[in-house]
Write a protein that binds this ligand. Structure first.
Ligand code: CO
Length: 215
């Protein structure tokens, strides 16, 4: 017996609606995979990539993990970036974090959630790296928000330092890496002004972004 019937019903309705509005939609998507963006975001169910930027199927290549991490040895994330950059040739990579991120919260607190503690160790490294600046923020909520922002900035930096992005730039491929943050309470995105389009920009943009408090 098929379970989760409602989801299949939702799917049929969705496919019917698209077919009605745009009869060639699925045929076109079957023929070409040509997304304009690679989205690296958090797995959090409240931050659905396509939905919050209002783009239909086919427009966004997506990688999501807890706390939107880009780890130098994560073969999963690196494979997604490599395919997106070398094969799909996306011109934009967006790292999007969000405030009230459970992964960031977990990293900020000395509590254990099992295996995932090892993954969140990377967020703790971000906290340790920016300890001095974070200690200057008295309000705990604001401090946690800043960790969410710094985490995005660090991941943008990590994307730019991958051999994949470095090689794309060195062969003259147009590629911009962006850092954004999403607020659950109003559904709005903010640009963290950490857009990098060539290797020469990395150090300065990173330095400025780390210095700039958002609020
Ligand atoms: Co999250």
């Amino acid at each position: 017996m098929r379970t989760l019937r409602q989801l299949f019903e939702n799917n049929r309705q969705w496919a019917r609606r698209i077919q009605k509005e745009s009869p060639e939609f699925f045929e076109r998507l079957q023929a070409v995979h040509d997304p304009g963006y690679l989205w690296i975001g958090c797995s959090d169910a409240r931050v659905p990539a396509n939905e919050i930027i209002g783009l239909p199927a086919g427009e966004v290549f997506v990688h999501r993990n807890v706390a939107n991490q880009v780890i130098h040895t994560d073969i999963n994330c690196l494979s997604v970036i490599q395919y997106a950059v070398d094969v799909l040739r996306v011109p934009h990579i967006i790292v999007c974090g969000h405030y009230d991120c459970g992964g960031v919260k977990g990293a900020c607190r000395a509590e254990s959630h099992g295996l995932i503690d090892n993954w969140l160790r990377h967020v703790r490294d971000v906290i340790a790296k920016h300890r001095a600046a974070l200690d200057e923020i008295d309000d705990p909520g604001r401090r946690q928000d800043r960790v969410c922002e710094l985490n995005v900035i660090e991941q943008v930096h990590n994307v730019c330092r991958t051999t994949i992005v470095q090689e794309a730039w060195s062969r003259g491929q147009e590629l911009a890496v962006h850092g954004w943050i999403y607020r659950l309470s109003d559904g709005l995105l903010q640009d963290l002004d950490v857009c990098i389009t060539q290797p020469e920009e990395i150090s300065e943009v990173y330095r400025l972004a780390c210095q700039t408090e958002r609020k």
